[in-house]
Ligand binder design. Structure first.
Ligand SMILES: Nc1ncnc2c1ncn2[C@@H]1O[C@H](COP(=O)(O)OP(=O)(O)OP(=O)(O)O)[C@@H](O)[C@H]1O
Length: 507
């Protein structure tokens, strides 16, 4: 794009303006997908204005592209730079100051390099000021956020690492927000205050499931661009309590039985690297343990959507918008026994998916129709069945068949649930079980009390977003939209998007 010199600034300005608006429309600048003005440089007597913008690539990836305008008139160029910069400054959703935590040991230990080489230059170009903390030990970021961080100075918190690192940020930020609001996080009935700061994830871990589920790809540049353009994706968080004591928050998967056992076993095999998950998965599948207990839950009422829907939670999801927080629902409690449902049984797996839990290994995820911000979690109960049937269920996570369309699997969309393993049940509950299930139970109980006989163990562990919980009897409550991410959810049919690929400028 070249403009010949002229002393008449105003008409030239208009032409330049019209042409640029056309360019910007094509690059989607006017729909806020434009990234940022990068620089103005003088070349001999020509001035260049380079405008950077987001270009969509395949598989939900974003790239930073640039278009350069040249003009012999330096003053005109400067006025253009000023005008565009003014427009950009008016977009208040974009962060200006970020607090960044880098886990140098996450994934392949490339967090520092990924940030320095791929992300920091983009933040610098976008004029975002950063305060970077390289963590020195586990829970460093969480504890810093809880007490020391001067959060008022920042527009967002970014973690460079995997799901464990994200979890640290979530725990630190939620705890701090509740403390600042004088709320008691130990009370499971407390209505928590939503965090005002958004969280960004630069994926540099082993699995990066949260990033994949909210952005659609695990790519540091794409995540950095979502942060720069100031995207915002609200997210539900489950609080987990045991006897009125806070244990953890969960945003993705809470799994007892199969997924708890796989995590416990894989933790002992860290030396194997990422392959440990496959190894432990196979081992636990062959071991085929089942666990007895009681699940009680409050079904989600007055919401649209079910776990069996064909529609998926995507960018601008109407289900999330419809089911958003409603004041009357926020204080839902187990006030009476009859407001919840109760299921006793033997389970191979009890899973609560607060999002699809899609990842590169399971592109559909554990609950494909789960929503990021609808205030519910999908409670999936896999009852005791044969190994062959359980394999059928597991394989359906990777193909197009419905993993819930099996007579030993049930799924409920809930706002709260409790689990009580059988060994923790009161005597009266055990008597009730006995009456319901007959005398076969007596021999089962003897086996459980004397594990040396080689029967199934009495209890498993909860896998809470990749961490093992210390208690098995838990009370889980969904808090609608407790946090916000620098993301926009997975965009629909990205490959067919009109703005994908290189924009073609025709003048
Ligand atoms: N400096 C550090 N030294 C040791 N551990 C750390 C440090 N900083 C953070 N951690 C801990 O490392 C754990 C794993 O980190 P992270 O989640 O970034 O990587 P990952 O486990 O490889 O990835 P993923 O969780 O996606 O599988 C986190 O739970 C975090 O608490």
């Amino acid at each position: 794009l070249g403009l010949s010199g002229s002393s008449e600034l105003s008409p030239l300005c208009s032409i330049f303006y019209l042409m640029s608006v056309s360019v910007l429309e094509r690059t989607n600048i006017l729909k806020r997908k434009f990234l940022t003005l990068l620089f103005v440089k003088t070349k001999w007597r020509l001035c260049c204005v380079s405008v950077s913008y987001v270009e969509r690539c395949q598989q939900h990836r974003w790239r930073c592209a640039a278009v350069t305008f040249t003009c012999p008139d330096g003053g005109l160029c400067q006025s253009w730079v000023g005008a565009i910069a003014e427009q950009l400054a008016a977009i208040t959703s974009r962060p200006r100051r970020l607090l960044i935590y880098i886990n140098p040991y996450g994934g392949k230990r490339q967090g520092g390099r990924v940030y320095e080489q791929k992300v920091a230059p983009l933040f610098a170009q976008a004029a975002i000021s950063t305060h970077v903390i390289v963590t020195e030990h586990a829970n460093h970021a969480r504890d810093h956020l809880r007490t020391d961080a001067e959060l008022k100075k920042y527009d967002g918190v970014v973690c460079v690492g995997g799901d464990g690192m994200f979890s640290e940020i979530v725990h630190g930020l939620i705890w701090r927000t509740q403390m600042d609001s004088s709320l008691d996080p130990n009370s499971p009935d407390e209505t928590l205050t939503s965090c005002s700061l958004r969280i960004g994830i630069i994926p540099a871990g082993s699995t990066d499931c949260i990033c994949f589920a909210t952005v659609g790809t695990n790519d540091p540049v794409t995540s950095a661009l979502h942060i720069i353009v100031g995207d915002s994706q609200p997210m539900d968080v489950c609080s987990i309590h045991h006897n009125n004591t806070f244990l953890r928050y969960s945003v993705s998967l809470l799994g007892y039985g199969f997924y708890g056992d796989v995590l416990t076993d894989s933790e002992r095999k860290r030396w194997m690297g990422p392959v440990r998950y496959d190894f432990s998965g196979l081992k636990m599948f062959l071991t085929h343990h089942y666990y007895e207990g009681t699940v009680s839950y409050l079904p989600a009422r007055g919401v649209v959507g079910t776990p069996r829907d064909a529609a998926r939670c995507r960018s601008g999801c109407v289900v999330c918008q419809h089911n958003g927080p409603k004041p009357s629902e926020r204080a839902e409690k187990y006030e009476t026994d009859d407001c919840g449902e109760t299921i006793r049984g033997k389970f191979l797996a009890i899973n609560a998916a607060s999002m699809s839990c899609a990842c590169p290994r399971s592109p559909k995820g554990l609950s494909p129709a789960a929503h990021l911000a609808d205030g519910t979690t999908d409670l999936i109960l896999v009852r005791k069945c044969s190994r062959f049937d359980f394999l059928r269920h597991l394989l359906r996570h990777t193909n197009k068949e419905d993993q819930f369309d099996l007579n030993f699997v049930e799924v409920h969309r809930v706002v709260r649930f409790r689990f009580m393993p059988r060994h923790c049940q009161s005597d009266s509950d055990l008597e009730l079980d006995l009456l319901e299930n007959g005398k076969r139970q007596i021999f089962g109980q003897i086996c459980r009390d004397h594990p040396a006989c080689g029967c199934a163990p009495a209890y498993s562990s909860w896998n809470c977003d990749g961490e093992i919980l210390t208690h098995t009897a838990i009370d889980v409550r969904v808090h609608c939209r407790l946090i916000k991410l620098f993301a926009r959810g997975i965009e629909e049919s990205c490959d067919a998007h009109p703005y994908r690929g290189k924009p073609k400028f025709v003048f």
